[in-house]
Design a protein around this ligand. Structure first.
Ligand code: TEU
Ligand code: CA
Length: 557
C-alpha cells in the first residue's frame, strides 16, 4: 500500500461560528481561532479542516456562499485568514478549506444575474425548469424538508435547491461553471492551502431529464437521481486533472448515499479523483425508514457489520476517512456512549475504537474534551434543518410535539454547534458577548481549562491516541479483521502488519462482559499501548472481565 502523508495525518474540524469569539459579538471568528493555535498544536493534530468562512448570508451558517473569494464579515478579513494560514504553517500544521460547489447562495452575483431573465448569460449557471400542471418540475424533496424546487416569478420558472431555498444548485453540466469552480480552487491553492473537504460533492451530477422520484407523493425522495449521478466521476476526474493533481494536497469528498463501489472509484489508488470520502452508512445506523428523525436504537452488531464492510472493502483499493462527530452529527459520547455515569470512560472508548481503525481520523471541535448533546427549548435552536423539519412535522403535519422534540434532542445538528467550552467563566470563555447559540449548561464542569488540568482527561487520552498513530505504522497501514463478531457488547478487532498484531478491545456497554481471547491469536510478547482504566501490563488476557466502556489496545508479537 502506497505511503502518503494524508494517510498518516489526524484532521481536526473547526466550525468557526462556534469555536472562539475574539471581538465580543457572540460569533466565533478567525482571530479567535488564531488565539487557540497553540492549544491545537498541543493536542497534536496535523490538519485543520475549516468549515466555510467565505462571504455568506448565513442561511445555512456559511454553507450558502455569496462570494467564494472573500471572507464572511462576521469572521474577519482575508488579512486575518492569511494570518491564520501562516500561524498554522509555522506550527507545522496544514489547512484544509471547505469547498461548497454543489450549490451557491441565492445572493451570489451569479444567481442574482441568472434569475434576471431567461436569456441572461448566467441563466445556465443554475438549474431552471418550467413547472408541470402548476406544480414543481418533479417531485424531489429537499434535504431540508419540502420541495427541492422554488418558483421564481420574474421568469415564471422554478430553480432546483437540494438544500435550502437560499442554496440554488449550480449546473455542473455547464462547462463554464466547472471552469469558474476550478479557477476559484486554483486561487485558494496558490495562496498555499493544503486541501479541500468537498461538500456533498457526489450530488453534482443529476440524471438527465430530472425524472420523478419513486412513489406518488407530492414530494418524494429523489436521491437515486442525484446521488453518485451519471457524470460525477467524469467531473471529479476533470477537476483532478485541471486542479488537484497539480498540488500535494489532502482531499475528502462528503458523499451521502455512496456505496463501497462508489467509494472505491472516488478514493481510487490511481488517485484520479479524491483521496477519501465521508460516508454516512455508519451514521445512519440509528435511523429508521423515515430517515434521521425516525429514531432507532443503536445496535452494535449492525454497527460492526457496516464498519467492517468499509474497512475491508477499501483495504488496498482506496482509503477510509474515520469520523463519529462533525457539525452535522449529534455528539457521539451522548449518542453511542454514556454521557451521564461514564462520560469520560465512554468518550475515551469511542476515541480508541475510531483511532485504531485503518483510515484518516477526523476529530470535531469539543470531541477531545468529551462535550455532550444539549436539550434546548425550541426557540433556542438556530439551525435551518431543525426549523424546517419542525415546521413541516408539527405545524403542517400535526405530529406530536414531544416526539419531534425527542428527535431534535437526539439528532439535531445544534448538538454539535453549541460553542466550544474553554473554561468555567461566563459563556465558557467563548465570548464576552451574547453567544449566537446558547452554550451547553454543563460548561462549568466540562471545559478545556479543566481538561488541561486533569491528567486523566479525555484531552490527554486523545493526545496519546494521536501520538500512537505516529509511533506505530501498524495503526496506519495494518489490515483490519473483526473478531467476536456476534458479541453484542464488545467490539474487538485486530490489525496485522508483517509479524505484528494490534488487538483492540472496546466495550460499548455499561455492563461487565467477559472478553475471551480467540485461540487463533498466538503471541510471544504483548505490550499494552493504551487503556482507559488502570490496567496491569502483566495481566493475563486470555479472559478479561471488562469494566463499563473499557478500552484496551495491545501490540502482540
Ligand atoms: O451536509 C450534507 C448532508 O448530507 C447533511 O445535510 C446531512 O444530510 C444532514 O445535515 C444530516 O443531519 C453538507 C454540510 O455538511 C451541511 O452542514 C450543509 O447544511 C449541507 O451540506 C448543505 O451545504
Ligand atoms: Ca466574533
Amino acid at each position: 500500500m502506497q505511503k502518503k502523508w494524508w494517510k498518516e495525518s489526524v484532521v481536526y474540524q473547526i466550525y468557526p461560528r462556534s469555536f472562539m469569539d475574539s471581538n465580543g459579538d457572540g460569533i466565533g471568528d478567525l482571530q479567535g481561532i488564531i488565539s487557540k493555535l497553540d492549544y491545537l498544536k498541543t493536542l497534536g493534530v496535523d490538519v485543520i479542516w475549516l468549515s466555510p468562512v467565505y462571504k455568506s448570508p448565513n442561511d445555512d451558517n456559511g454553507y450558502d456562499i455569496s462570494n467564494y473569494q472573500d471572507i464572511m464579515d462576521e469572521f474577519g478579513t482575508l488579512k486575518d485568514w492569511e494570518e491564520l494560514l501562516a500561524g498554522l504553517h509555522t506550527r507545522g500544521m496544514k489547512l484544509m478549506m471547505d469547498l461548497v460547489v454543489n450549490h451557491s447562495s441565492d445572493e451570489h452575483a451569479w444567481f442574482i444575474e441568472s434569475r434576471k431573465s431567461k436569456d441572461n448569460p448566467y441563466r445556465d449557471y443554475y438549474i431552471w425548469r418550467d413547472g408541470k400542471e402548476n406544480k414543481e418540475p418533479n417531485n424531489w424533496s429537499s434535504f431540508f424538508s419540502g420541495s427541492a424546487w422554488q418558483y421564481d416569478e420574474t421568469t415564471d420558472q422554478y430553480y432546483l435547491h437540494l438544500f435550502s431555498k437560499k442554496q440554488p444548485d449550480l449546473n455542473w453540466e455547464n462547462k463554464t461553471v466547472r471552469k469558474e469552480v476550478y479557477d476559484m480552487m486554483t486561487w485558494w491553492l496558490d495562496k498555499g492551502i493544503d486541501g479541500f473537504r468537498m461538500d456533498v460533492i457526489n450530488l453534482i451530477s443529476k440524471v438527465e431529464g430530472l425524472p420523478d422520484g419513486p412513489g406518488e407523493g407530492r414530494y418524494e425522495w429523489g436521491g437515486e437521481h442525484f446521488m453518485n449521478g451519471p457524470r460525477v466521476h467524469e467531473f471529479l476526474q476533470e477537476m483532478n486533472k485541471e486542479v488537484l493533481s497539480k498540488y500535494d494536497i489532502i482531499t475528502v469528498g462528503e458523499s451521502p448515499g455512496a456505496t463501497i463501489e462508489d467509494a472505491v472509484q472516488y478514493a481510487n489508488n490511481q488517485y484520479t479523483e479524491l483521496n477519501m470520502i465521508f460516508t454516512f452508512e455508519h451514521m445512519d445506523i440509528d435511523s429508521g425508514e423515515g430517515g434521521k428523525w425516525d429514531l432507532k436504537p443503536f445496535e452494535l452488531t449492525a454497527f460492526k457489520e457496516v464498519m467492517s464492510k468499509w474497512q475491508i472493502g477499501l483495504n488496498g483499493k482506496g482509503w477510509n476517512s474515520l469520523y463519529l462527530n462533525n457539525h452535522d452529527q449529534p455528539r457521539i459520547v451522548s449518542r453511542f456512549g454514556n454521557d451521564k455515569e461514564y462520560r469520560v470512560e465512554s468518550a475515551k472508548m469511542l476515541g480508541t475504537f475510531l483511532h485504531m481503525l485503518q483510515g484518516t481520523p477526523y476529530i470535531y471541535q469539543g470531541e477531545e474534551i468529551g462535550m455532550t448533546n444539549v436539550k434546548f427549548d425550541l426557540e433556542d435552536y438556530n439551525d435551518i434543518e431543525i426549523k424546517n423539519m419542525y415546521r413541516e412535522a408539527v405545524i403542517e403535519g400535526g405530529e406530536n410535539l414531544d416526539k419531534v422534540m425527542e428527535a431534535i434532542y437526539a439528532k439535531g445538528r445544534d448538538n454539535a454547534r453549541t460553542p466550544v467550552q474553554w473554561d468555567s467563566t461566563e459563556n465558557g470563555g467563548f465570548t464576552t458577548g451574547t453567544p449566537w447559540l446558547k452554550l451547553n449548561p454543563n460548561y462549568q464542569k466540562i471545559n478545556v481549562e479543566q481538561a488541561l488540568a486533569d491528567e486523566n482527561s479525555v484531552f490527554y487520552y486523545y493526545q496519546k491516541l494521536i501520538k500512537l498513530r505516529k509511533q506505530y505504522e501498524i495503526i496506519v497501514y495494518g489490515d483490519y479483521q473483526l473478531i467476536l463478531e456476534d458479541d453484542k457488547q464488545v467490539y474487538a478487532y485486530t490489525r496485522t502488519l508483517g509479524e505484528e498484531t494490534l488487538l483492540v478491545i472496546t466495550n460499548f456497554s455499561g455492563e461487565k462482559p467477559t472478553f475471551i481471547l480467540p485461540t487463533n491469536l498466538p503471541f510471544e510478547t504483548k505490550d499494552l499501548l493504551i487503556s482507559n482504566y488502570k490496567t496491569e501490563e502483566t495481566e493475563d488476557i486470555a479472559s478479561i472481565e471488562l469494566q463499563p466502556y473499557e478500552a484496551r489496545v495491545y501490540l502482540l508479537k
